[in-house]
Write a protein that binds this ligand. Structure first.
Ligand code: ZN
Length: 474
């Protein structure tokens, strides 16, 4: 029987098979991959950790007493710990001068979650917006006609409600792609979160710009003025090969080169997209993007579902980041999702994203998305060892320099086991309440209450906005 040349599962259709027999894959654990992935020639990423624990700056640190902390390598530490302003941690001797002293006896401390593919303001279209439509019908009949009316004020309301959900679910970073990026950036900044906010570039009608070139011009100006120290960074989000011309893709890539910025694009999400690209260009999407010199180090490729192994190797060669979005792929019935063994074998940096809350089956809850990632990878490949809960959690928090603190006084987090080491598996499979979220040394959420925005007001504003935003959709 022919083995699939695709990276995906055995459900790939025969017309996409070449019959090549791939070498036996060597699985690599996600957290054995390069942590704090930094593409060559790029400035430090906004999500990157800052190295091992230090003892600097205790006066700005927070002490948790009798807590359980898992560090980024998955090692457990029990006792009194200090979380430092710079994102590092150390053991506490109990008498340092700290800014806050917290009883950690019901708390589990982990690195915070990182959501690598979002359309945050699409919180406006969450979660039952034309539910049941396949992707292209959902886009053309529901999303695009509604988005034609988007305004900066709608984006602000949607992004605020998105920030509220990110914080509530323990996520400190989002890589976004949506209209009016400066508005989303401002909302995340005020909420105390990190972001890599991609301004949209496409040759479809843009509600925010006359054409793709004017969108690129505005991004050029934003990229020129940002500081690498800002928690919110901007990026260039070319929507996809089906909405961007070759010229637009080339110009976007040139701008990325000029401003040392990251590109963000949907790639190979559906068979339709792949087949149409091949029909038009004679190449599959990644081959096509490679042929026009689109890729720059760190290009974020959302979905990466329907890719051949040679395309996956191209992503590795270009130091791209592939984003696994399993719930969106399943909700929109795309028939395939990123195939982790092939990406691991090629050495591609893989992260997890929810997609926008409208197409996501997990809202913006990255913990729920990571659970689905573990389940679908095992299911697709008939291999329960492929992505353990700890592997999935490591991928979901990879590169984080911030901390989420979870309530373990909860049946979902019990039992902790005879060796008191089931925390991460319980958290991944059952979920838990995020009590505290520390970003850059500041408490964005503390003791179950978001500190940087009025969570309830953000929902009320969302409900009010959709009364005028929706047209023909309930
Ligand atoms: Zn998307």
């Amino acid at each position: 029987m022919k083995r699939s040349h695709w990276g995906g599962s055995n459900s790939r259709p025969p017309d996409y098979e070449s019959g090549a027999i791939p070498a036996k894959p060597q699985w690599r654990k996600p957290w054995a991959a390069t942590d704090g992935h930094k593409p060559h020639g790029q400035k430090p990423s906004v999500d990157e950790g800052r190295g091992p624990a230090t003892t600097m700056g205790e006066g700005d640190s927070v002490r948790y007493r009798n807590a359980v902390l898992y560090d980024e390598t998955g090692n457990k530490h029990v006792g009194d710990v200090l979380l430092h302003q710079d994102g590092s941690w150390s053991s506490s001797n109990g008498d340092e001068d700290v800014k806050q002293d917290v009883d950690g006896s019901n708390r589990l401390i982990t690195r915070s979650l990182q959501n690598w593919h979002t359309h945050l303001a699409m919180q406006l279209n969450a979660r039952d917006f034309s539910d049941g439509f396949p992707l292209h019908r959902w886009l053309n009949e529901a999303i695009f006609p509604t988005e034609a009316k988007i305004t900066p004020e709608f984006v602000k309301v949607g992004a605020q409600a998105a920030a509220a959900e990110l914080i509530k679910t323990g996520t400190s970073f989002a890589a976004d792609m949506y209209f009016y990026p400066a508005i989303t950036g401002e909302v995340l900044d005020k909420a105390g979160l990190r972001g890599l906010i991609g301004g949209p570039v496409s040759d479809a009608a843009l509600p925010s710009h006359e054409d793709a070139q004017s969108a690129l011009d505005e991004l050029d100006s934003m990229l020129k003025h940002q500081s690498p120290l800002d928690k919110v960074q901007y990026a260039i989000a070319t929507h996809s090969v089906y909405l961007c011309s070759e010229e637009t893709l080339r110009r976007a890539s040139e701008l990325a080169e000029k401003r040392d910025a990251r590109l963000h694009i949907h790639v190979s999400e559906t068979r339709k997209e792949v087949a149409e690209c091949h029909e038009k260009t004679g190449l599959y999407p990644v081959e096509y993007l490679d042929s026009i010199d689109f890729f720059k180090p760190g290009t974020i490729c959302a979905h990466a579902s329907w890719m051949k192994k040679n395309e996956i190797r191209m992503l590795a060669r270009h130091e791209a980041t592939a984003v696994h979005c399993p719930s969106s792929n399943m909700k929109l019935a795309c028939g395939g999702t990123l195939s982790l063994p092939a990406f691991n074998e090629a050495g591609v940096d893989v992260r997890i994203g929810t997609d926008g809350a409208a197409s996501s089956g997990s809202g913006l809850n990255l913990l729920a998305e990571a659970r689905l990632a573990a389940l679908v990878q095992r299911h697709d490949h008939w291999d329960p060892t492929l992505m353990t809960a700890k592997d999935a959690f490591a991928m979901a928090t990879k590169g984080s320099q911030d901390w989420a603190v979870w309530d373990i006084d909860d049946v979902r987090m019990r039992p902790t086991g005879r060796s008191n080491n089931r925390h991460i598996t319980n958290l991944l499979f059952n979920g838990a309440t995020c009590l505290d979220l520390w970003v850059g040394g500041d408490a964005v959420r503390f003791d179950g209450t978001t500190q940087t925005l009025d969570e309830r007001q953000s929902w009320l504003d969302l409900d009010e906005a959709v009364q005028t935003y929706y047209d023909g959709v309930e």
